[in-house]
Design a protein around this ligand. Structure first.
Ligand code: SF4
Length: 173
């Protein structure tokens, strides 16, 4: 399947703002992992976050095995339902891309997984594995540098009311 057909699928699920990169263009950094570990109040409580994630070296190797990745932009302003809808569409897209023959297809979702009132905290006991995926930061992706390198907007915000430039990823092949 060519890129144009993939782009038609992206558009079908409402993803109009995206760029293609290679897995090697994803910037993977140890500081991302340690910042999660030392500053995130959810660290250790979510199945799809640290410390359940592969090592940074394993993440780097994982991404290097992909030659085509869609970086998919979403502007979010204060409404979590927008993120939930985005993630649902991203998982539907992942499935359609997989069924089209791209057997390696895998999505990295926006934000954390919020399907359960209380997460089990372990991948082995995740209640909805078919609907949950790690977010890019959990996999060590320096999202600021990765998207900045390809000219997409992102900035540190100083006010919760400001529009946020958020990013999910679809690893294709
Ligand atoms: S589906 Fe439930 S158990 Fe699995 S990661 Fe999401 S919140 Fe946790």
């Amino acid at each position: 399947m060519d890129k144009m057909s993939l782009e038609e699928m992206l558009a079908k699920y409402g993803f109009e703002q995206f760029k293609w990169i290679s897995g090697n263009d994803l910037v993977i950094r140890q500081w991302v992992r340690l910042k999660c570990q030392f500053t995130c109040p959810d660290y250790g409580t979510k199945a799809m976050c640290g410390p359940n994630m592969p090592s940074i070296e394993e993440c780097e190797r994982f991404f290097s095995e992909y030659s085509l990745v869609a970086v998919i932009h979403k502007e979010v302003q204060g409404d979590d339902s927008v993120v939930e809808e985005y993630n649902e569409s991203l998982l539907e897209l992942e499935r359609e891309v997989f069924l089209s023959g791209h057997y390696k297809a895998m999505a990295l979702m926006l934000g954390g997984c919020h399907h359960c009132r209380e997460c089990t905290g372990r991948i082995e006991t995740c209640r909805f594995k078919e609907k949950s995926r790690p977010n890019p930061e959990a996999m060590g992706v320096d999202v600021f540098t990765t998207v900045g390198n390809i000219g997409l907007p992102i900035e540190v915000l100083t006010d919760h009311q400001q529009p946020q430039n958020r990013y999910g990823f679809l690893l294709v092949k």
